[in-house]
Design a protein around this ligand. Structure first.
Ligand SMILES: [Ca+2]
Ligand SMILES: [Ca+2]
Ligand SMILES: [Ca+2]
Length: 632
């Protein structure tokens, strides 16, 4: 049994200053709290953890708070919604952690109602409502990882990681209800729990704040399902050894890289072979961090070092909103166990895409002979979705083995890819998306199993964007991509080989465009600072504060010129509008929600005067610019 430290006023001050809950031993609270009337929960027996039973306000989309209504409105079946934060008891949720070691919680209103999924059945699109508390009800169980509110048991008796609470359709309007949705890690699912008593209190006893390599190692050694290891803000943790640190089942490793916050950094300075982290269990999440490797040298002598390695394609692994740079081998590698370089299994069904690499930024991974942002080998099959790539030797690569696959969609390869080989000669030798062949020098012969390359935007000054260097055992689909040509002199072709004669290849709707996408300026994340926006024809990207790298905002094919902009729901975020083929006004809230027709529809004719359909409120600018798209 771990010792328990009482978190008196002096200790709280220390916590606020140092935020070192692990070392201080009063982790996530459970301290009696005069202000809240909070009481200690039982101890789970895990080091320094006592169950949380304390009040929080929950801040989400557009900086608004989760609200259950005033006392007169609370009843079984009442809605739970978003409303401007106002400090009232309607926005005070009591987090009550379950005592079964899962770190699952129930969420209670000030009058003692529990948040639960409507009708008691946890499935996507059902509303969150107030219910009579029942600690055994799966529909009233939630799990917290620092930004997601995951919901429901799916057979295992603890909250699985596939469904979350989200703001309905991403709308910013007051009283927009909370619903259950698929976990896409988009802004509508982003919630922050702030203690109403003191700032350093985490919402479960599974959280650990770390500031050093020693903290990291002790937190990993003690980690278990529901552990959330958070690197303190503005911290770099330097790793000078070549140990492959293991991320266990159900563990989250995180910082808060979003908006203008760059996120904290884990820097593996040691250049020996190996991976900084290896996911060894299901439901690992790595989010909001910067992972820096040992070298940005383009030569081929440095040992090959990997940022994060997944080892079983069937395992659920989510890597989102991170930055990976200076990895001499690969930023994120998914490695299966299929070894044959000779045998094709044409009818094989690839493993499910349980490794998801979403909305990360890969740059300056440039070692010759490697230098990959994301790679799939030995039968891996990752989903590579909405990432930004800048100056990597290959943004994405795969080996030639007959089970190896990947899907790459909505990724952006920026115009800033200056990677050159051999002292600046042959700048166009390399390509962005790669699949090896098993022939000589990786060209010709068999080239993996199946590949889908869809709705990506390529802007790099390269000769070849995509090069599948042989014949995949099953299929290659290259469709709906946009290729921007920065100079008419450049040869902007792509090359791949496949079974063209028997339906194993699909090459549809790819577009080559001269020039750059147009940009507009608005505040798409609602932080009060103007951002850049561009719609490339496959997706929308934005640059926070006009200064970060381009980041995925929405998977939507409209170009900038087809859209109008304004803050139509007054939540501080610039919204995006268009008139569809039926003449209906469609709105994307903050530019990040799906199209929504639930507003007044007054047709706007493209090319006509831009008249906001509802008064635009707040700061926005819809000046189209034709300036070249700058590299991040
Ligand atoms: Ca969702
Ligand atoms: Ca902004
Ligand atoms: Ca808005």
């Amino acid at each position: 049994m771990a010792q328990r430290v009482r978190c008196g006023p002096a200790m709280r001050k220390l916590l606020l200053l140092a935020v070192m809950s692990t070392a201080l031993g009063c982790a996530a609270g459970a301290e009696p709290d005069a202000e809240d009337g909070t009481v200690d929960g039982e101890n789970t027996g895990q080091a320094t953890s006592a169950l949380v039973n304390a009040n929080f306000r929950v801040i989400g989309l557009g900086g608004k708070c989760v609200d259950v209504g005033g006392d007169a409105y609370q009843a079984v079946g009442s809605p739970v919604f978003m409303y401007p934060c106002n400090g009232t008891t309607a926005q005070r949720l009591r987090v009550v952690e379950h005592g079964d070691g899962t770190h699952d919680v129930s969420l209670r209103s000030n009058l003692g109602f529990c948040l639960g999924v409507q009708s008691g059945v946890v499935s996507a699109s059902r509303a969150i409502e107030l219910q009579a508390c029942d600690m055994s009800a799966p529909a009233q169980r939630f799990a917290l990882d620092g930004d997601s509110i995951m919901v429901g048991t799916q057979s295992s008796g603890r909250v699985a990681r596939d469904l979350v609470v989200e703001v309905n359709r991403g709308r910013g309007k007051n009283r927009t209800p909370l619903v259950v949705g698929l976990r896409d890690v988009d802004p509508s699912e982003d919630f922050r729990f702030e203690s109403t008593s003191f700032a350093a209190l985490f919402p479960t006893s599974g959280f650990r704040m770390i500031m050093s390599r020693g903290d990291l190692d002790s937190a990993l050694a003690a980690s278990h399902w529901g552990s959330v290891i958070e690197v303190a803000r503005d911290t770099t943790i330097r790793i000078d050894d070549a140990i492959e640190r293991e991320l266990r089942e159900g563990v989250t490793l995180r910082s808060n890289r979003k908006g203008l916050n760059p996120g904290s950094e884990i820097y593996r300075a040691n250049g020996e072979l190996g991976a900084a982290f290896v996911a060894v269990g299901n439901d690992v999440r790595v989010t909001g961090l910067r992972f820096r490797g040992p070298s940005t040298t383009e030569g081929d002598t440095a040992p090959k070092v990997i940022g994060i390695r997944g080892e079983d394609p069937a395992r659920r692994l989510l890597v989102d909103h991170n930055e990976f740079s200076a990895w001499t081998d690969t930023g994120v590698l998914l490695k299966g166990s299929y070894d044959s370089l000779e045998i094709c299994h044409e009818t094989l069904t690839p493993p499910p895409q349980n490794t998801r690499v979403v909305a990360n930024y890969f740059h300056d991974n440039v070692r010759d002979g490697a230098g990959y942002g994301v790679a799939s080998i030995r039968g891996g099959n990752p989903l590579i979705d909405g990432n930004t790539f800048q100056r990597n030797r290959h943004a994405i690569a795969a080996d030639a083995r007959g089970h190896t696959s990947y899907t790459a969609k909505f990724n952006l390869v920026t115009s800033g890819n200056s990677y050159c080989n051999w002292g600046g000669l042959n700048c166009n030798k390399e390509h962005d998306f790669d699949v090896h062949g098993n022939g000589e020098d990786g060209v010709g012969g068999m080239a993996g199993h199946s590949f889908e390359i869809r709705s990506n935007t390529f802007m790099s000054p390269r000769d070849r964007f995509i090069y599948v260097r042989g014949t995949p055992c099953n299929t290659v689909r290259v469709r709906d991509n946009v290729f921007f040509r920065v100079s008419p002199e450049q040869v902007r072709s792509w090359t791949f080989k496949s079974k063209a004669d028997d339906g194993h290849q699909e090459f549809l709707n790819n577009v080559t465009v001269d020039g750059h996408p147009s940009q507009v300026v608005g505040d798409f994340d609602g932080d009060g600072v103007q951002d850049d926006f561009m719609g490339t024809g496959t997706a929308w990207y934005y640059r926070a504060g006009r200064s970060t790298e381009w980041r995925l905002l929405n998977r939507s094919p409209e170009k900038t010129e087809q859209l109008t902009f304004g803050d139509f729901d007054a939540d501080g975020r610039t919204d995006v509008r268009m008139v569809d083929a039926q003449g209906r006004t469609q709105t994307s809230w903050g530019g990040s929600s799906p199209w929504d027709t639930s507003v007044r529809t007054i047709p706007w004719v493209p090319g006509g005067p831009i008249t906001p359909i509802e008064p635009a409120i707040g700061t926005f600018s819809a000046e189209l610019t034709r300036e070249p798209t700058h590299a991040p």
